[in-house]
Ligand binder design. Structure first.
Ligand SMILES: [Fe+2]
Length: 255
């Protein structure tokens, strides 16, 4: 549990206390820069969905029965040199520190990181549909976390990808569906497992504002990893060039 001795609740508290400031550190001799992707996220939602939320996110969350946990949303950790990270064990148990960070801050994105050889080819490869926000795991499955990987040693994945992975809290799926007047959005309590959203929106003002984007755009030979908790976050692919869906990324499910 060497990893969780460093990246854990205490670590996320450092980010939380100064959400606008990057956190500089080093792990196993490699410098990194970490920052919160979407600080003051609750405030952003209150503004963006003002006509639906009427200034009270907590009351809305309670009414639609979808928990909202994120004052700030998303963590990005960028290593200065390629970093070997052991993020889970062979029985697919995620490092406990990562679970702690996700509970507080939502999805985590690692850049310039790669997994150990014996874990690298675990899981399968997949490409999600464009702007179809969904969960990977049903509530009954023991593995509620999804991890996505770009393997820097793989012939295909060593190149930057033309498609992004997008993340939003489950509550935002509901809010946007209500905004778009989608049938059932207002009446369904607890949220849906899948929505197609934002298809008529100009995404440039939303990415990095309301929507967390993992663009997989690091240079050739750079590894990337991201992860989410399916109980609280929806994700999808976003084909930045609609004619090029991008290669399949690595997908694994963890407990
Ligand atoms: Fe998925």
């Amino acid at each position: 549990m060497e990893f969780s001795a460093h990246f854990n609740t205490q670590w996320s508290n450092l980010l939380w206390r100064q959400p606008l400031r990057p956190l500089l550190g080093h792990y196993q001799g490699i410098d990194y820069r970490a920052h919160i992707a979407l600080p003051d996220y609750g405030e952003r939602l209150l503004q963006h969905y003002a006509d639906i939320l009427h200034g009270d996110l907590a009351a809305y969350s309670q009414r639609v029965d979808i928990p909202f946990l994120y004052q700030h949303y998303g963590v990005i950790i960028e290593f200065e040199k390629p970093a070997l990270v052991t993020l889970h064990d062979t029985s697919m148990q995620l490092e406990s520190g990562l679970r702690q960070i996700m509970q507080r801050l939502g999805p985590i994105i690692f850049k310039n990181a790669y997994l150990d050889t014996h874990l690298r080819s675990q899981g399968h490869r997949n490409r999600f549909p464009h702007l179809n926000f969904h969960i990977d795991r049903s509530i009954n499955q023991p593995t509620q976390y999804s991890m996505y990987t770009r393997d820097p040693f793989d012939d295909e994945q060593r190149y930057p990808r033309t498609a992004s992975t997008l993340f939003i809290p489950s509550l935002v799926g509901n809010l946007q569906a209500v905004r778009e007047g989608q049938p059932g959005a207002t009446s369904m309590k607890g949220g849906q497992n899948t929505y197609t959203l934002f298809t008529r929106e100009d995404m440039s003002g939303l990415l990095g504002n309301i929507i967390l984007q993992h663009a997989w755009s690091e240079p050739v030979g750079i590894g990337e990893v991201s992860m989410l908790d399916n109980r609280t976050t929806l994700h999808c692919s976003y084909y930045r060039d609609p004619s090029v869906p991008g290669y399949k990324i690595g997908v694994r499910y963890l407990a």
